[in-house]
Design a protein around this ligand. Structure first.
Ligand SMILES: Nc1ncnc2c1ncn2[C@@H]1O[C@H](COP(=O)(O)OP(=O)(O)OP(=O)(O)O)[C@@H](O)[C@H]1O
Length: 291
């Protein structure tokens, strides 16, 4: 089943336009959304969740428009926003009771397991919890009704490395069932190295890359060499170029470059390197669109 599908979506702010032609996530998979500050990740997530009004396009969740069956869809959706909206004067156990009343599939055992794992004190008021603990509480709430689709906006921001590790393990366990899908934005690329099945990168409001995580290493390479050798590389293969007077470093499509290892250093890009090369905007860099 297709858990999430976005088509021809546009949303304009004064100095920013989000234009997403197509984005699809099938159940059973995790898709990470990467992009620099201001790239449009939160705007995209808010458009998907109908929290801001899109100008055009469609968003399908479980193959249906959000507003066609909102209550039913919300039952199957777990959401964590960048700034979790939880009333500060309530205690976690009180918020839990409110959530439990709404979700038919609420699982108290799972809630307790997650809160114990994340060490969330049920008796403190939320405003007394640390920022990272509020995020962990928000993650526990989003998971405890066993949703089929998790949509998370920077869920690991503010989490310590141990909690980030626990979060990654929770996601992996979550998608063990083929009916579950996760779409989440992050700046912490190391968190997705082993967990994301698909990676989507947006830049300036547009998708510049969307494919499987493996394809980053299978289909692309980093070529390094002396600056005067750069002309030997077919320009059609180059997606991003960093050049100095002595040397160059280019992100290339593998299938379009047939180069000798004697003349050039050819490396597999890590996700982080691939992402940074694709979206960086240093002076004199050349960056081309992948899709
Ligand atoms: N309510 C708003 N009014 C005007 N402009 C907005 C509004 N919300 C977002 N923007 C602009 O839209 C652009 C995209 O912002 P968005 O929050 O989606 O980026 P982001 O990728 O989530 O960034 P970050 O990683 O910093 O959270 C930015 O230029 C931002 O200033």
């Amino acid at each position: 089943m297709i858990a999430l599908c976005v088509r021809n979506l546009t949303k304009t702010y004064k100095n920013f336009k989000l234009e997403i032609q197509e984005l699809t996530l099938e159940s059973g998979y995790i898709m990470a959304l990467l992009g620099r500050n201001g790239a449009g990740k939160t705007t995209l997530i808010k458009c998907i969740l109908d929290l801001v009004k899109k100008e055009s396009g469609e968003v399908l969740i479980f193959e249906k428009p959000f507003n066609c069956d909102e209550v039913q869809i919300k039952q199957r959706l777990g959401v964590v926003l960048e700034n979790p909206i939880v009333p500060g004067y309530l205690k976690p156990k009180e918020v839990k009771e409110i959530m439990k009343a709404f979700y038919k599939t609420w699982d108290d055992k799972l809630y307790k397991k997650l809160c114990d794992l994340f060490e969330i004190d049920q008796n403190k008021r939320i405003f007394q919890l640390s920022k990272g603990t509020v995020m962990k509480f928000s993650i526990a709430l989003a998971l405890s009704h066993r949703p089929d689709l998790l949509i998370l906006d920077e869920p690991t921001s503010g989490l310590d490395p141990v909690a980030r590790n626990q979060f990654v393990e929770i996601l992996q366990e979550f998608v063990q069932s083929e009916e579950k899908a996760v779409f989440y934005s992050t700046h912490i690329v190391s968190d997705i190295e082993n967990v994301a099945d698909f990676v989507t990168i947006i830049d300036g409001g547009k998708i510049v890359f969307s494919s499987s995580r493996e394809s980053i290493q299978d289909d692309y390479c980093i070529v390094k060499g002396a600056a005067n050798e750069y002309d030997k590389i077919p320009k059609s293969a180059v997606l991003s170029l960093k050049k100095s007077t002595l040397s160059f470093e280019a992100l290339c499509r593998k299938k379009d470059v047939k180069l000798s290892q004697d003349e050039f250093v050819i490396e597999k890009p890590s996700i982080e390197k691939f992402y940074v090369m694709l979206v960086r905007r240093d002076e004199d860099d050349e960056v081309l669109e992948v899709v």
